[in-house]
Write a protein that binds this ligand. Structure first.
Ligand code: ADP
Length: 528
């Protein structure tokens, strides 16, 4: 018990490809892989969602004696299993049938209807994590994520104390961290990443008693926020460093317009040097147009630094993948009056207000005979799902919408086939979909915010040297129509400009290398 090991533990509610509801899953799947490759000992802790995680994606190697925690007066037992994900990432699975044997991660409709007991479910994740540390050894640092990982810092502190484990002067990160301080009553350093500030896990203060947390955390220096229990706030207050997932978003959330009531806290963290923006990356091996097994046609270009002469092959790629997609979704390929098929607009998104998809649908509904075809895959709010279905109904030969579903294979086909990818978010912490879409040669129409601002190079407003799309300042139907119209004119007009946009997009590789290094330095900084 209480032996320190030289690991960094990730804790979160999702981990792609085992279980994913959104971008958090992608990050929990890809960042640990890159860090592991860089020689850092990583373990990932997730709930054991037996109904969701495919059996062939994990191997279980250890089962440990059950732990228990009291939520109010009611004791709950839970199990700990260790094993590996298919790509070799060491796992700790917190097993608790009542809380985790569900059909969804957060609740139906991509979490739009959250399970009533989510507070307890993710309190269980935190208690399971601390218990696993007592069994397996306390890591040097724990990196926990989002409101669902927000109880981890408190449970760690109440289990191991407030003093950090630390390393001696010669210790450096990675496989070489061996000279750890071996003493009792020390905790790992804690990093906390906000992937989306909108979701804060807010409950009534009455619920605090049921979380199994020490009563001292029921205060404004931890989870109490203007009379409510705010899981995200406590998580960030009790961590050694808070990060968010793009530089622009880290500035935005410290302002009233984007702070969702926590801007004061975030501003103060920023002033103390305890809030950073580190851009997410995508797994460039998984999202690879040359090797992707889920699409109909793989790109046949050797180098990754694409030249204008490669555009012909990109055209092949788009056309063939459009044929595959359209035969699957029973949409005819419609020709434009300039001899090529109409541009295909792709959407792969949660259908929540902030994504601006409702405004995009309004733009198309207001447009009599729009010169596009559209493929929408998304899940979320009923009204937006219904609006997408309605648009598909009135434009049967132009629009396809699959709503209320998460479909990984179809998402790949849409990225591969689309000419334009639309993501008019009103705020976007980082956004991975636009990075994936650029990797697959889509030109982007996006909101000028957060990670979209940091990754899409705008061709309007004076323009960037290597534009990859259009960034819209005001998200409404008018603004989106304007952007689509601009892109259509380029697509249908003098082809040289479109060709450049596609090649620029495809050349923007948002991998993890720089960001993984930034996290590595950050761990070192907080462990010291
Ligand atoms: P967010 O995390 O806000 O949902 P991101 O752009 O960061 O948005 O990440 C979204 C991820 O989820 C992308 O990998 C995208 O392809 C995927 N995704 C979103 N909705 C669906 C869906 N209905 N089916 C398949 N993949 C989806």
């Amino acid at each position: 018990m209480n032996q320190f090991n030289n690991e960094i533990w990730f804790v979160g509610a999702e981990m792609a490809p085992l279980v994913k509801a959104g971008g958090l899953g992608d990050v929990m799947g890809s960042l640990p892989k890159v860090l592991l490759k860089a020689g850092i000992n990583i373990r990932v802790v997730i709930p054991y969602y037996k109904n969701i995680i495919p059996k062939n994606m994990i191997s279980i190697s250890g089962t440990y004696p059950a732990g228990s925690v009291k939520f109010g007066e009611i004791p709950f037992e839970f199990g700990i299993k260790t094993g590996y994900a298919q790509d070799g990432i060491p796992l700790v699975l917190v097993e608790q049938g009542h809380f985790f044997n569900r059909q969804d991660v957060y609740g139906p409709h991509g979490g739009a209807c959250g399970y009533k007991d989510n507070l307890l479910r993710f309190a269980m994740l935190a208690h399971g994590t601390a218990y696993a540390m007592r069994i397996l050894g306390v890591p040097l640092a724990v990196h926990t994520h989002d409101w669902s990982g927000g109880f981890v810092p408190a449970v760690i502190r109440q289990t191991f104390g407030d003093k950090k484990v630390g390393i001696d002067a010669e210790g450096i990160l990675g496989a070489k961290i061996t000279k750890h301080v071996n003493a009792k009553g020390l905790r790992p350093a804690i990093a906390f990443t906000i992937h989306n500030l909108r979701y804060q896990g807010v409950y009534g203060m009455d619920d605090f008693y049921d979380t199994g947390l020490d009563f001292k955390y029921n205060s404004s220096s931890a989870y109490e926020h203007f009379g409510t229990l705010n899981t995200l706030k406590g998580g960030m207050k009790l961590s050694d460093m808070v990060t968010t997932v793009s530089p622009t978003y880290s500035g935005e959330i410290a302002t009233a317009g984007f702070g969702f009531g926590l801007d004061g806290e975030l501003k103060s963290l920023k002033e103390q040097g305890k809030l950073r923006g580190i851009l997410n990356g995508i797994d460039l091996d998984y999202w690879n147009p040359k090797t992707d097994k889920l699409i109909g046609y793989n790109l046949n270009v050797r180098e990754d630094g694409f030249k204008l002469k490669d555009y012909k092959e990109w055209q092949n790629f788009k056309l063939n993948n459009k044929k595959t997609l359209f035969s699957e979704i029973s949409l005819p390929v419609k020709q434009g009056n300039y001899g090529n098929p109409l541009p295909l607009i792709g959407v792969v998104s949660r259908l929540t207000e902030e994504k601006g998809i409702e405004e995009f649908l309004d733009a198309l509904l207001n447009w009599n005979d729009f010169p596009f075809q559209v493929a929408i895959l998304g899940s979320g709010k009923d009204e937006i799902e219904r609006k997408a279905a309605y648009l598909a109904e009135i434009h049967k030969d132009k629009v396809y919408a699959l709503t209320g579903r998460y479909d990984e294979a179809l998402s790949h086909k849409i990225y591969a086939a689309s000419d334009i990818f639309v993501m008019p978010s009103k705020f976007e912490p980082c956004g991975l979909s636009q990075m994936i879409a650029m990797r697959y040669g889509c030109v982007i129409l996006a909101g000028d915010t957060g990670g979209l601002h940091d990754t899409v190079s705008d061709l309007t407003h004076g323009g960037s040297a290597e534009p990859s799309g259009i960034l819209i300042k005001h998200i409404d139907a008018g603004g989106i129509s304007w952007g689509l119209n601009e892109l259509y004119n380029i697509f249908a007009g003098e082809s040289g400009k479109w060709r450049k946009l596609v090649i620029n997009s495809a050349n923007k590789h948002f991998g993890w290398d720089d960001s993984a290094k930034a996290y590595e330095n950050l761990y070192y900084e907080i462990i010291k």
